[in-house]
Design a protein around this ligand. Structure first.
Ligand SMILES: C[S@@+](CC[C@H](N)C(=O)[O-])C[C@H]1O[C@@H](n2cnc3c(N)ncnc32)[C@H](O)[C@@H]1O
Length: 455
C-alpha cells in the first residue's frame, strides 16, 4: 500500500521545531504530520533528512541548523545522542531544568489539574559524571571485543570509553575490565544465536565510600581463565566485590537469577544523609547520590515528622527512605518485592541502629491490603514506585488506612499525574507545589516529590 505521508525517506525538508517529546526529541510538523528529530530544540529552524517513515509519523535527522535556539550548546559527542545516553546534551542545563518542570505542568494541564503548582526543578551544580552504576553491553565489532552502548532502538553497539554522565572512575574500570577480557580472548555474546560468553559488565561505585562492585554477566557458567580474570579485576583500585551473574536466556533482561561471588564481598557500602548502606548486585539504589540526598531530604521535610508518627515506606528498596525517616518517626514499615533488597534493608537497619523499622518482602499490592486488614494506622505513607506508578489496589489500601499525608516520590510524571487524579477521587488533595528534582541531568527523565493530604 502506498504511504499517504507527506514526507519521503531520504529527502530533505526545512521545518520549524515546535515541541520536545518526553524522550527529548524535537517535533516538527508538515501538513500536521509529526516528524521526530533528535538533537533539535523548540524554536529552531532546521533542514531535516527523513530517515524513517511510519504510518502516522516519521523520524528525521538534523542536516543543518538554519536558525539556532539560544538554548543550544555545543554537543560533546554524537554517540551520546545516537545511543540515547545523553539526549539533552545539546541543550543548556537551565533549559533542561525548565523542560522538566514544563513536562509536569503540561501533563497536569492535560488532566485538567492546571491549578496545581510546580516548583522550579532542583538542579545539580555539575550535571555530568554523576551516575554511580553502569550496565554496559559487550559485543564483538570487526573481530574485537568492545564495550559501549546500543544505538537508540537497536542492538548495534557503539564503542564508548567516556560515558559523560557516569562517574569517571566507573568509565575507567569498564575499560580495564574490557582489556582484561580481551587479554584472555573471552567470546562476546552474540544475541541472534544466543551464543558467546560475556554479555554485560555491571559496575557500581559508592560515591562516598569509593567501593566498587564489578559484575560479569555471562551466558555460561563456565568461563575460560575465570580465576585469572577474577584476580586481575580484583586488583583494580577500589574493587571490593567481583561477582558472576549467569543469564542463560535469550532476553533483553540484563541480569539472570544465578550469582556467585568470585572475589571479595557480595555487597558494597555507601553513605547517604549520614547513614551507612550496604547494596547488593540486584538491589535498586538511586543512581545520582548527590541529588538523592536532596530528594530524600525533601521527602522527609514534606512528611512533617515530629517523632510520634507511624510511617509506611512502600517500594522501600534497601531501606534508604525508611531509615532516613526512622530518625524522626516512631515506627517505619517497609515493603519491597526484591528479596535481596529486603535483606540489605534489614542489615542496614541494624547497622544504623534503627530498631524502630520493620521490612517485609512482598508485593505492595498485597502487603498494603494486609496491613489495612490488620488495622495498621499510618500517619504518613511514602510511595516511591517504579515507572508504572501505583496499582489501584495500593491507592485503595492507602486511602483505607486514612494517613494524614501521602508523600509521592515519582520517576514518571505521566503515572504521577494519573495517580494524583485517582487520589483526588478519594479525597486526597495537593496543597503544596510539586517539586521536580533533577536525578538524571542530560536525559529527559523527571523525578519529583508531591504531597497529598487528606482533605
Ligand atoms: C524507584 S525504586 C525505589 C526504591 C527506594 N525507595 C529507593 O529510593 O532506593 C522502586 C522499588 O520498587 C520495587 N518494586 C517494584 N515493583 C514492586 C511491587 N509490586 N511491590 C513492591 N516493590 C516493588 C523495586 O524492586 C524497587 O526497589
Amino acid at each position: 500500500m502506498k504511504s499517504t505521508a507527506p514526507v519521503e525517506k531520504n529527502l530533505v525538508y526545512t521545518v520549524e521545531i515546535e515541541d520536545l517529546t518526553y524522550q527529548g526529541m524535537g517535533v516538527a510538523k508538515i501538513e500536521h504530520f509529526p516528524i521526530f528529530i533528535a538533537d533539535s530544540i523548540p524554536g529552531e529552524k532546521i533542514e531535516t533528512k527523513i530517515i524513517k517513515v511510519q504510518k502516522n509519523f516519521a523520524f528525521g535527522r538534523v542536516e543543518k541548523v538554519l536558525e539556532e535556539s539560544p538554548d543550544r550548546v555545543e554537543s560533546n559527542d554524537a554517540a551520546y545522542t545516537q545511543t540515547g545516553i545523553a539526549p539533552l546534551q545539546h541543550i543548556t542545563y537551565d533549559a533542561q531544568l525548565k523542560f522538566k518542570q514544563n513536562q509536569i505542568k503540561n501533563l497536569l494541564k492535560k488532566s485538567h489539574l492546571e491549578d496545581l503548582e510546580v516548583a522550579d526543578t532542583v538542579g545539580m551544580e555539575n550535571p555530568t559524571g554523576y551516575r554511580n552504576k553502569a550496565q554496559i553491553p559487550v559485543r564483538k565489532i570487526k573481530g574485537k571485543l568492545q564495550t559501549g552502548f546500543f544505538k537508540r532502538n537497536s542492538h548495534d553497539l557503539v564503542p564508548i570509553e567516556d560515558f559523560y554522565i557516569q562517574d569517571p572512575v566507573i568509565d575507567k574500570v569498564i575499560v580495564e575490565v574490557r582489556d582484561i577480557l580481551r587479554e584472555f580472548y573471552i567470546d562476546p555474546y552474540r544475541e541472534a544465536e544466543n551464543k558467546g560468553i560475556i554479555r554485560n559488565i555491571m559496575v557500581r561505585r559508592g560515591r562516598r565510600s569509593g567501593q566498587i562492585m564489578v559484575v560479569l554477566i555471562t551466558r555460561t557458567k563456565d568461563v575460560p581463565h575465570l580465576a585469572e580474570i577474577t584476580e586481575a579485576i580484583a586488583a583494580i583500585d577500589g574493587v571490593v566485590s567481583v561477582i558472576q551473574n549467569i543469564n542463560y536466556k535469550q532476553t533483553n533482561v540484563i541480569m539472570g537469577d544465578e550469582d556467585r561471588v568470585l572475589a571479595g564481598e557480595s555487597v558494597i557500602h555507601d553513605e547517604l544523609l549520614g547513614l551507612d548502606f550496604i547494596i547488593s548486585a540486584h538491589s535498586f539504589y538511586q543512581v545520582n547520590p548527590i541529588q538523592t540526598e536532596k530528594l530524600y531530604q525533601l521527602a522527609i521535610d514534606k512528611a512533617g515528622l515530629t517523632g510520634e508518627e507511624t510511617v509506611i515506606d512502600v517500594y522501600s528498596g534497601i531501606g534508604t527512605i525508611s531509615l532516613a525517616m526512622a530518625k524522626a518517626a516512631k515506627k517505619v514499615y517497609g515493603v519491597e518485592i526484591v528479596k535481596e533488597a529486603v535483606q540489605d534493608a534489614k542489615i542496614n537497619a541494624f547497622q544504623n541502629n534503627a530498631s524502630n523499622t520493620e521490612f517485609v518482602v512482598g508485593k505492595a499490592e498485597e502487603q498494603m491490603q494486609k496491613w489495612q486488614e490488620d488495622g495498621l494506622k499510618p500517619d504518613v505513607v511514602v510511595v516511591d514506585p517504579p515507572r508504572k506508578g501505583l496499582d489501584q489496589s495500593v491507592i485503595d489500601a492507602t486511602v483505607g488506612m486514612k494517613p494524614k499525608r501521602v508523600v509521592y516520590v515519582s520517576c514518571n510524571p505521566a503515572t504521577l499525574v494519573r495517580d494524583i487524579d485517582r487520589f483526588g477521587e478519594q479525597g486526597y488533595v495537593v496543597n503544596q507545589p510539586i517539586v521536580p528534582v533533577d536525578q538524571f541531568p542530560q536525559t529527559p527523565h523527571v523525578e519529583s516529590v508531591t504531597v497529598l493530604e487528606r482533605a
